[in-house]
Design a protein around this ligand. Sequence first.
Ligand SMILES: [Zn+2]
Ligand SMILES: [Zn+2]
Length: 122
Amino acid sequence: MATWPTEVRRDHEARLLRVLWQDGHRSDYEYDVLRGYCPCAMCQGHNAGPLRFQPPPRPVTAQTVSQVGNYALSIAWSDGHWTGIYRFDFLRSLCPCEECRERAASAASARTEGKGSSGRSR
Ligand SMILES: [Zn+2]
Ligand SMILES: [Zn+2]
């Protein structure tokens, strides 16, 4: 595993989940974005492709955040949804900061071939 959170805070005013990582990196996740990337089968369906963003119909709040084993966070949302398990590496890959966005973009352009066969069922 690359890194793990040393501190997770909910900032209800800014509607952010603030994560401080073991390597010193900081990530601020908007609640709605995190909710939209909920990786559970209910939200994502059962296709094995990359996780898709499913915007929540209404703004949500993270009500409880708990650690799952030593590999993930489980988040219970104000819309009653609580089955999402956010693995640390997945969470880190969602980091919206500029540095991480740029790295993700260059990684994506390095492997653009082989795309386009995403078996979307909906
Ligand atoms: Zn879900
Ligand atoms: Zn980042």
